[in-house]
Design a protein around this ligand. Structure first.
Ligand code: SF4
Length: 279
């Protein structure tokens, strides 16, 4: 059996940075330390941080005092203001690449463009971007959604950082039919593009593709979806326990990748389990 593991599998720069910030914070602030929502979209990593003392709170109202770490995919203006009003110590672990998307969104609005965000409307990253703008923002996930929007005079287009580049291109093309002027900033994170391209390349070569990551992780779901388009035998799992021996039967070439918030220890466990089941 040949097991091909993606070089890009696992923590990206932004998630690694957020984890390092949080691990530093648990040493420095052993009491009353909170993360606003899960720091990253991986339940096992979040549980590890909770065991070290960083409790997860989904609403600022639930944080009585102390220190709050802002998650890697950003926080809405309203929540940021609540944290400040409460006098909480704020540690900002927002990924700089997510902040870059905020910058372009504000830049476009300042220059009179309506804004189109290619992304999941209920993803915290997209909600946060929207919160920094007053109005005139639409979020779309599919090119055909543009038929019910616009027409616009000046339209600015950006993407959620973990979107598929292919989808972004299709939506930008569709927006040209609906707006006189379109200004585009590609805010997709380069690490995401590399991870997706490598996953497609591996998925094409193998008989079975395993994608590891939190079920709540948008980028892992997308990664699994992209792999499934070229390899119908693609499974998204969170941990090694979910591996099913039936999937592995008669498979000589297996591919493995993981989302941006999947810790290396989980990837290693899955690798060991695949090798054990195939031995
Ligand atoms: S995927 Fe990219 S934008 Fe998102 S946290 Fe990682 S490095 Fe930052």
């Amino acid at each position: 059996m040949k097991l091909i593991i993606a070089k890009s599998a696992g923590f990206c720069f932004g998630v690694k940075r957020a984890m390092e910030i949080a691990l530093e914070a648990v040493k420095k602030y052993p009491q009353h330390l909170y993360t606003f929502g899960p720091l990253i979209h991986n339940p096992q990593a979040v549980q590890y941080l909770e065991e070290l003392g960083a409790k997860v709170k989904d609403r600022m109202e639930q944080i009585p005092k102390g220190t709050v770490i802002l998650r890697s995919h950003g926080v809405s203006l309203k929540d940021l203001e609540k944290a400040k009003r409460k006098g909480l110590k704020i540690i900002d672990a927002t990924c700089p690449i997510v902040k870059r998307a905020h910058y372009f969104a504000k830049f476009l609005r300042r220059n009179g463009y309506e804004l189109l965000i290619v992304g999941d409307a209920d993803h915290p990253e997209v909600e946060a971007i929207q919160s920094y703008l007053d109005k005139g923002v639409e979020v779309v996930e599919r090119p055909d959604a543009l038929k019910r929007l616009g027409p616009w005079k000046k339209l600015g287009v950006i993407a959620q950082t973990t979107q598929s580049f292919d989808l972004f291109k299709k939506i930008v093309a569709a927006s040209l039919e609906r707006a006189k002027e379109v200004r585009v900033f590609n805010t997709i994170c380069h690490a995401t593009t590399i991870r997706q391209e490598e996953a497609i390349e591996i998925a094409r070569k193998v008989e079975l593709m395993i994608v590891i990551g939190g079920y709540n992780s948008g980028n892992t779901q997308r990664l699994a979806g992209i792999c499934r388009e070229v390899q119908s035998e693609t499974y998204h799992i969170e941990t090694a326990r979910e591996l099913n021996q039936n999937w592995l039967e008669k498979k000589k070439k297996i591919g493995l990748t993981a989302g941006a918030s999947t810790p290396s220890w989980i990837i290693e466990e899955v690798e060991r389990e695949i090798r054990r089941l195939k031995s």
